[in-house]
Ligand binder design. Sequence first.
Ligand code: PEP
Ligand code: MN
Length: 337
Amino acid sequence: MIVILKQNPNRDQLESLVNWLQEKGITIHSSVGEAHTILGLVGDTSKLDIDLISALDIVEDVKRVQEPYKNANRKFHPEDTVIQVGNTQIGGGTLTIMAGPCSVESEEQVVAIAKAVKASGATMLRGGAFKPRTSPYSFQGLGATGLEYLKIARQETGLPIVTELMDLSQLPLFKDVDVIQIGARNMQNFDLLKAVGHQDKPVMIKRGMSATYEEWLMSAEYVMAGGNENVILCERGIRTFESYTRNTLDLAAIPVMKKLTHLPIIIDPSHATGKNWLVEPLAMGAVATGCDGLQIEVHNDPAHALCDGPQSLKPEQFDPLSKKLLKLHETMKGLEG
Ligand code: PEP
Ligand code: MN
């Protein structure tokens, strides 16, 4: 971090800034110019509040030369993180296919879909029991009962389950799920992030609708700062001016995240587009771009789905897609040589 001081800074104020930084373990290299003095701060500056320093009377400007996230930063952890979930791995050159309904609607529904997606090559079962809905009058999910149905589907198929945690109070019910999903709407629910950081289940953080890459990585940092290193990122489309699709899928997030972080990245083409016919081309694009996996909504009867029917694939549509995705992933690996 670089702190540019105003001309002729007050000596007492400068001394107290220097002392304060040194107390925090920061080493200071100052360079005195004709007009300005520049302080080069060396050490762990990730915990310094840039706004607080900028607001000081003697400070002209502050610039970060290092990212504010440390645990998630590839610079400090060059190897890809590989997360073991049940008998499957996320990251490390594998392609994880999470598939299942938007919402768990009944035991029969989720078990039937789980069996179908497993037969097509899915490695995890997705399904919401607690649902964040825009309208309070829409189906809100089966709650704890939905979690029980997911566990039955896991027992029947062996597929690990990924499901959304919406509120701190629900955490005790999630002891037996395999991956805790933090939804886009909760990406910056910092208390929730802290709580999942203090337990050891893998956490998948969906990108907030208007979150920058840095904000998204800072959410991962919240979880990791609590001691839980098993974090997965999921890009699910962001809000733009385009209204034809539900959201706009940001495929650049894949190579950017590969550069900035060692955490695996999953793409959700279902919420990104809102349209079932767009799921295949974008899922293929995501695999070609190097994602570690996909999360795809599959429903046995999309026309009557209680949530997100228009973006859901039928099992018979998911089957050829899943096989194509696995084939493309193999081809891509071959190209890497
Ligand atoms: C979901 O996956 O069910 C969901 C609600 O997704 P998002 O948080 O990305 O909107
Ligand atoms: Mn959905």
